[in-house]
Design a protein around this ligand. Structure first.
Ligand code: IDP
Ligand code: MG
Length: 140
């Protein structure tokens, strides 16, 4: 299901530092088509729901504070093998472990403030796209 789609967010640290367009360029150059795009600030409730899988983690409170402190760019992306290829493009969660040429290596500051989100499975890509976009906001 939807193995050609993934979901990303450019996190508040990226936007604050003016990395919105450079990161979108890297995404485009890697062959992803943007099929939905939104610039918005998440509410605390939205961020808590989006990251509910991490609600018992010690970093959860900081994560919600970080993800709601400023606007994000949310996007649905299309490409063959989208989920795996996008995870490769963004690199490891901790930028100090991310490979050269990845978005996190280039733009992330820390394991918490790590520039971008990328879905980790086809199932979650579908859930996350539907969380941020209605059907009529997606243009294929
Ligand atoms: P991912 O974004 O690479 O899939 P996850 O383990 O799903 O990483 O964690 C979700 C987000 O929570 C990370 O992108 C990061 O912003 C934050 N996070 C994960 N682990 C830590 C940590 O050990 N310290 C602080 N923040 C973390
Ligand atoms: Mg994850």
């Amino acid at each position: 299901m939807n193995s050609n789609r993934t979901f990303t967010m450019l996190k508040p640290d990226s936007i604050e530092q003016g990395y919105m367009l450079p990161i979108l360029s890297m995404i485009k150059e890697a062959g992803f088509k943007i099929i939905a795009l939104k610039y918005k600030k998440m509410t605390k409730e939205e961020a808590e729901e989006f990251y509910s899988i991490h609600s018992d983690k010690p970093f959860f409170k900081d994560l919600i504070q970080f993800m709601t402190r400023g606007p994000i760019v949310a996007a649905a992306l299309e490409k063959n093998n989208a989920v795996d290829d996008f995870r490769k493009l963004i690199g490891s969660t901790d930028p100090s472990e991310a490979e050269d040429g990845t978005i996190r290596k280039r733009y992330a500051k820390s394991k918490g403030e790590n520039a971008v989100h990328g879905s980790d499975s086809d199932e979650n890509a579908s859930i996350e796209i539907n969380f941020h976009f209605s059907d009529k906001e997606i243009f294929t």
